[in-house]
Each structure stands twice: as structure tokens, then as C-alpha cells.
Design a protein around this ligand. Sequence first.
Ligand code: MSP
Length: 516
Amino acid sequence: MDEKFYITTSIAYANAQPHMGHAYEAVLTDIIARYKSMRGVSTFFLTGMDEHGDKIVRASQKADMGPQAFVDANGEKFKELFKKFNISYDYFVRTSDKTHHWTGAQTLWGKLSDSGDIYKGVYKGLYCVGCEAFVTEKELVDGKCPHHDAAPEKVEEENYFFRLSKYTEQLKEKITSGELSIIPISRKNEILSFLEGGLEDISFSRPEGVIPWGVPVPGQRGHMMYVWCDALSNYITGLGFGRKDDENFKKFWPADTHVIGKDIVRFHAIIWPAMLLSAGLPLPKNILVHGFITSGGKKMSKSLGNVIDPMGLEDKYGVESLRYFFAREITPFEDGDFTEEHFMETYNANLANGLGNLVSRTIKMAGQYFDGKVSQAIDIDVPLKREFVAVGDSAKIEGYSIPYLIRTKFLPEYYEHMDSFEINKAADVVWQLIGTLDGYIASHEPFKLIKTEKQKTENIIWSLLFGLHYISHMITPVMPDTAKKIEDVLGAVFDDNALPVSFNTKPLDAALFLRK
Ligand code: MSP
């Protein structure tokens, strides 16, 4: 396993309030970050806000505020959302932050310029404010931008350009070889086929008169950086790039994983790596592209009236269950649908009944039969332990002990899925274990056995508690508070190999999840 892990979300536009998509991206990233920390890797998790550009200026004018006051207010809303969703970021980058961000963005510009990759030219074309991007006639439908249903503006202006075209072959090679890995493979193929068409140089600045709100181009009065160097650079400025206090940059760059949505893949898989190549900086290792959260099968939009407010849901159901839903019910690489109905169904089945029930039954039996003190009486390293065969139908666990199954099957499968970012499959493994433990109770009936076979019952309860300890371990990245509650009631005592050998259980104060 690597010694360090640097992971980022994209930085959200500060022009509007946070929505479910932002909550999803932050939770997905947080789960991966918490998993790496749990495995003992030194982890840095960066998130933040994209605060410049004319979308923001226009939104602030509408709100009758100055741009700085406007982004400050929206930034607070994002921070509040992240707090509620238990997002364990290490640093929150803000692109309007002159001290922390501007210096680094300008240093990066300087490096690209030193490489001879920035030149002055005249841009003539169309600009869509909604996309905050120059668009071509080809991309329009009936003369309008298909995403924003608005006609783009005609512009002719002096811009600095970045020599993106120069990097076409190098990018192809890095992506094909996997040095820059784009996950899932369908997105990698999409980028490779885009590269086949060759790349054109891109506008890299805009006149100050057009966008007064941005990072000034260093040494060139009257020009402001266009979104690329302003926003993408956050991934290094957030670590201190370009400043004296750049220890984090030295320790954590290159990024191990940039987590982004499917609409910004080209920016991250083409423009950003090309800028890094030009600056002579190492490339990120993985670009993880998640799908979109839809609502009732449709894109969330105000006009359809299907926008789900993540804060409202959090108030109603609690954050742990929402984090669970994001982790298990949504395949990270595809679009995933959220309806309150489906959410409730899985909440009741898997949290209140599944996990919650197993914990409360087991803890209750440990308390009632053994006063909470349950010790190990079986050898967990013997693979084909048949110590339970005598007490009932062991076919469900094929005669293997629960600890053996955990250590040879559930745990390695869970790690494998987590390591390949297949969070939903990793969560499935946990619920398979929950099912196995439920089946184990059903087939061994400790509640009956206690009347005649105290020692065998203790072995069974011990195995269940052992199982719960590993369930708690495996759900830690997804539901850190629930994991802690479970660990608290288990009261595990560990041996030198960090294996739980005995338990001093405490009664549960309240159900882990109330039925809804
Ligand atoms: N500011 C740019 C990113 C610059 S990164 C240097 C941006 N901001 S955004 O606010 O529009 O989007 C932020 C993230 O949310 C993106 O990764 C985007 O794909 C993601 N999502 C936006 N809507 C989404 C859903 N409905 N579902 C899931 N993620 C979605 O793009």
C-alpha cells in the first residue's frame, strides 16, 4: 500500500446553492479518503469552491451583492453542507483567496509561459455564459446552446492562448499506458477517441474589461486568467504550490485521485494534464469519473420540480443513512437515481432491519446470557474448524468458522473492491456478511441452545461479536458514527495482532436506526 494518498473533489461553482450532486461527490470522495486513512495511509483530502468568472458576477448582480460577499455567502452554505455530511476534508480551497490561491495560480501561469506554451492571439467566436466556455457552431442546436437553451454571445477579443495542441501525442501515450488512469474504462475510451481528432490550442485569458472578477495574468495588465489556470490550479495551490509553506505540495503531489463528474472529464483528462506536462510537474494517477444523481429517472431541474434538497433530507433521516444510500445504492461510475421512496425501502430493509436488528439481537443475547462478558474459545486460525457442526445445520457457512470466513473471504473481497473504488460492491460484501450472521443465528439457534449448552452458545455469540467488529471496521468509511456506536457497545479486547479476543458488551442506548 502507498505511503501517502492525495484525493480531491472538483471545486463547485459558487454561483448557486449546493445540491445533491455536490453532496454525492463530496461523500464519495470522503468515503475513499476515510478508507485510506483507516488503512494507515497518510491522506490529504482537498475540496473547495470555484469563485470566479462571469456566471458568478451575473449571479451576484441578481442577488444585489458584490461578487466577494456573494461567494462568501455561498461558500458558507457549502461548508455547512459538508459539516452536516461529515466530510473530513483537510483543506477548503477558495479561488478568490489572494494569499493562498492567487500566488500559486500565477506561479503556474509563469511556468507555462516559460515553457513557451502561452502566446497572444485574437479570439473570434461564440461564448456561452451558462457553460462559461467558448462554443462552436457545431455544438449548437437551432443556434442555441443545448445545455442552457440560450444563444451564445459573439465575441472578438485579444486572448492569451495555451498550446494544447502540442500535447496531443504525449497525452495519448500517458492515457493508453495507464500512467494517467481514467476510471471507468468507458470514459478513458471517450477521451482517447476525442484525442484521435487532434487538439486545438485554447483561450487561456480574457480581457479584464469583460471579466473583471478573476485572477490577473501575471505581468500583463488588463488580462484575467480564464477558468483553466484559475480553477484547475486549485489542486496544487490547495497544497501550497507557489508559496513558501509548500510542505504539503512536496509531500502529496501528484494527486492519487481526482474525483469528478462526467461533464468535466475533458477539462481534467486533457487540459489539466497538458498544463502539468508544460509546467514539468507529475501527472495525477487516477481520474475517477462518477455519474449524475437523477431524481425519478430525470435530471434534477427547477422547472421539472424534482430537485431534492440534500439538507432537508439530512434533517429528516440523518446523515449516516444518506451516506449509506450513496455508497450502496449508487454505482459510482453510472448515473444513479434518488427517490425518497427507494431510499425508505432500503433504509428499512438494510439499516433498520438488517444491520440494526443484528446488532441489537446479538448485544441483547450477550448481555442476557453472559452478562456481556464473552471470551474466545475457538481457534480462529484453523481454516476448517467444524466446532459448530454438532450444534445444527452448518451448511450455510459450509462448516467454516465465522472468523475464518471473514479473514479469508469477506475482508479481502471488501479491500479489493475499495481499492478499485467499487464502493457499492464493497458495501455489498458487508451486507453479505450481515446475511451470513443472520443465517448463522437462524441455523444455530443460540436462544434455544443456551438452555443446555452454555459453552457452545458462548462460542456462537463470540463469533457473532467478532463478526460485528469487522462489520464496524468495514462500514467505518461510509458510516463513521454508526461504526463507532457499534464498537462502543462491543467493548472488544484485542490481542497483539489487533484481533478481538474477548468482549465486554454494553447495552445499546437506542436502536441504531429507527424504522421509518
Ligand atoms: N466549477 C466546476 C469544476 C471545476 S474543477 C477545477 C464545476 N462546478 S459544478 O458546481 O458545476 O459541479 C461540481 C461537481 O458536481 C462536478 O464534478 C459535477 O460533475 C458534479 N455534479 C453536478 N451535478 C451533478 C449531479 N446531478 N449528480 C452528480 N454530480 C453532479 O463543474
